[in-house]
Design a protein around this ligand. Structure first.
Ligand SMILES: *[C@@H]1O[C@H](CO)[C@@H](O)[C@H](O)[C@H]1NC(C)=O
Ligand SMILES: *[C@@H]1O[C@H](CO)[C@@H](O)[C@H](O)[C@H]1NC(C)=O
Length: 267
């Protein structure tokens, strides 16, 4: 196996004349383990290039690294059709092509509690780029109108609970709140307890235009209540759980284009 990697590396070096390959230890000191959002934050500040490698470290009696082919398998922790399975406990994966890569553990319980990693590999901008950066992997963003055909108002007490329960919200999606801003408003609050008690005293954000688009920028639970405690008590409150289909790509389409143009300009 080592031989193959060195071979690939030599070929890569010959082709691209580049020696700046980086080796990343997945999860840093935590290694490869089940921890909520650990890998989301781990990839946040990294730009992984073709030629770079990941090292997965873990106890091979308890775990493995299963590479799956797409975002859906990643999302649902479905390891039934793996692209590759690594189980030495010290696995090195080197990227030879740009694109999205998904790694999960085949232990479903641990995968759903966070042991999965999505990375987006790009060409090294300092080496000649034979291909335009892939653009088809941009996840689609969705703006949900809260309540669909109904505006932000008081209905049955479980109306918003049901509305949000059926949906899968992802980082990058938006919520659109529509209402009469003379009688209502939207407060984003930070916790379960405030949500239960309809406590508007320390909001994270206050929206009052009557046509508010709120972008969901972080994974986790987000809470919205009416600015009117009476309305909130009657059910005008919304809780959404935001997941991460793709941690990647971190570049916006515009940044991607700019970067690509920069690369062209230098040649
Ligand atoms: C999956 O992980 C959980 C939690 O660590 C463990 O209890 C369980 O036995 C594992 N399942 C398998 C099939 O290894
Ligand atoms: C919410 O869902 C529950 C269970 O499916 C249902 O009984 C209830 O009528 C729903 N409420 C509304 C307002 O749609």
């Amino acid at each position: 196996m080592k031989k193959i990697f060195s071979f690939v590396f030599v070929i890569f070096t010959l082709l691209f004349g580049c020696c700046s390959a980086t080796v990343y230890k997945v999860g840093d000191s935590d290694g490869w383990t089940a921890k909520d959002h650990l890998y989301y934050h781990w990839t946040e500040d990294k730009e992984i290039h073709v030629g770079d490698s990941l090292i997965f470290e873990y106890d091979h009696n308890l775990n493995d690294v299963t590479q799956v082919s797409g975002g859906l398998e990643y999302e649902f922790c479905d390891s039934s059709f793996p692209k590759a399975v690594y189980n030495t406990g010290h696995d090195v994966v080197t990227f030879t092509e740009p694109g999205s890569y998904y790694f999960i553990t085949s232990n479903h319980t641990q995968c759903t509690s966070g042991q999965r990693l999505g990375v987006f590999v790009v060409h090294d901008p300092s080496s000649p780029s034979p291909l335009p950066l892939p653009s088809k992997i941009i996840p689609s963003r969705h703006v949900y109108k809260v309540g669909d055909s109904k505006s932000w108002g008081v209905y049955d007490s479980d109306f918003y609970y049901n509305w949000s329960k059926e949906k899968q919200f992802n980082v990058g999606d938006g919520l659109l709140f529509e209402y009469n801003n003379e009688v209502n408003g939207v407060y984003e609050i930070s916790g379960d307890l405030e949500f239960l008690n309809c406590d508007p005293t320390s909001p994270i954000a206050v929206h009052k235009t009557g046509h508010d688009i709120i972008k969901l920028t972080k994974p986790g639970i987000h809470y919205f209540i009416s600015s009117e405690p009476g309305h909130c008590g009657a059910g005008l409150k919304l809780q959404v759980v935001v997941g991460t289909t793709l941690n990647v790509p971190k570049l916006s389409p515009l940044e991607r284009l700019t970067r690509w143009l920069d690369i062209l300009r230098h040649h």
